[in-house]
Design a protein around this ligand. Structure first.
Ligand SMILES: Nc1nc2c(ncn2[C@@H]2O[C@H](COP(=O)(O)OP(=O)(O)O)[C@@H](O)[C@H]2O)c(=O)[nH]1
Ligand SMILES: [Mg+2]
Length: 250
C-alpha cells in the first residue's frame, strides 16, 4: 500500500499559545505529513510563531492572509496551495489541540477507500471531553438539523477534523463555495455527497482547548442556520420536481 502524501491545513486566528504544541504532536504522530498554517494576520503574532517553526522544519509552512476573512476562505486558500503542490490527501485540523493527532493514521487509512473521511464526535465510539454543556448541545442540535434538513447520512457534518483525497477537491468547484464560517464544513460535506463521492466517519474524542479563546460567534451560528435552511428547501424542491419526460427517439 503506497502511503498518501498528506498536507494538514491548520487555520489560525490568535492561536499563538496553541499552535506550536499542536504541530509538534501532529508531526510526532505522523512524521511523513506536511503542515500548512493559514493565518489571518492574527494580532497575537501566531504568524510569526509559525514562521520560526517553518525555518527549522521543512515540513512546516505558513500562508499569511491579509486579515480575518473566516474559516471558509482560509481553508479554500490552503486547499488550493495543497492541490498546486501535488499532495494526495488534504487534512483539516484545528490549531487548539482539540483534534487528537493519534487518530490521524486511522483517518488516512480510511481515505484509502473513501473520498472524504470525517473525524467524528457523534458517530458510534466518538466523544467530547471537557466541552461546556452549551457547546455540546449546540453541536448536537446543529448536526441533527443538518442531517434532517439536508437528508444526509452524516452524524458530524460540522466537524473540522477531516481528510479529503485531492481528487475529491478537484471534483468540486471550489470557486463556488461561499460559506465563510463553520458552515463551510457542512457545505463541503454536502458537495462531496452530491458529487456522488463516498464519505465515512471515524470516531474521535474531541477535547476542549486549554489555551486561547473560541472564535465561535452568533454570526457563525446564524450563517449556518440560514444556509442549511436554504439548501434544505432547495433540495426538497429538487426532489419534488417531476422527472423529465423521456426523450422520444422517433
Ligand atoms: N484563518 C482563520 N482561522 C480561523 C478563523 N476562525 C476560526 N479559525 C480557526 O479555526 C479553528 C477552530 O476555531 P475554534 O475557535 O477553536 O472553534 P471551536 O472549537 O468551535 O470553539 C481554530 O484553529 C481557529 O484558530 C478565521 O476567521 N480565520
Ligand atoms: Mg476549538
Amino acid at each position: 500500500m503506497v502511503q498518501l502524501r498528506a498536507l494538514v491545513v491548520i487555520p489560525t486566528y490568535n492561536e499563538a499559545e496553541s499552535i506550536a504544541p499542536t504541530i509538534a504532536t501532529l508531526l510526532e504522530a505522523v512524521p511523513a505529513a506536511s503542515v500548512l498554517v493559514v493565518d489571518d494576520a492574527s494580532p497575537d503574532g501566531t504568524g510569526a510563531v509559525v514562521e520560526r517553526l517553518a525555518k527549522a522544519d521543512p515540513r512546516i509552512a505558513v500562508l499569511h492572509r491579509p486579515g480575518r476573512e473566516g474559516l471558509g476562505h482560509a481553508y479554500l486558500a490552503g486547499f488550493q496551495r495543497g492541490l498546486d503542490e501535488g499532495f494526495d490527501a488534504i487534512v483539516e485540523m484545528d490549531a487548539d489541540g482539540s483534534h487528537p493527532a493519534s487518530a490521524l493514521p486511522a483517518i488516512l487509512a480510511a481515505l484509502e477507500t473513501h473520498d472524504l473521511v470525517i473525524g467524528s464526535r457523534w458517530t458510534a465510539g466518538g466523544a467530547v471531553a471537557n466541552w461546556p454543556r452549551h457547546r455540546e448541545l449546540l453541536s448536537r442540535t446543529a448536526n441533527t438539523y443538518a442531517r434532517l434538513a439536508l437528508r444526509i447520512p452524516v452524524r458530524d457534518s460540522t466537524a473540522g477534523y477531516r481528510a479529503f483525497r485531492a481528487s475529491t477537491l478537484r471534483r468540486i468547484d471550489l470557486s463556488r463555495v461561499e460559506s465563510r464560517g463553520y458552515c463551510f464544513q457542512i457545505d463541503m460535506t454536502l458537495r462531496v455527497i452530491d458529487a456522488g463521492l463516498s464519505v465515512t466517519e471515524v470516531p474521535i474524542t474531541f477535547t476542549d482547548r486549554i489555551a486561547g479563546r473560541s472564535k465561535m460567534s452568533g454570526a457563525i451560528v446564524l450563517e449556518a442556520m440560514a444556509r442549511v435552511t436554504g439548501w434544505g428547501i432547495q433540495r426538497l424542491f429538487r426532489r419534488r420536481r417531476p422527472a423529465p419526460a423521456p426523450v422520444d427517439s422517433h
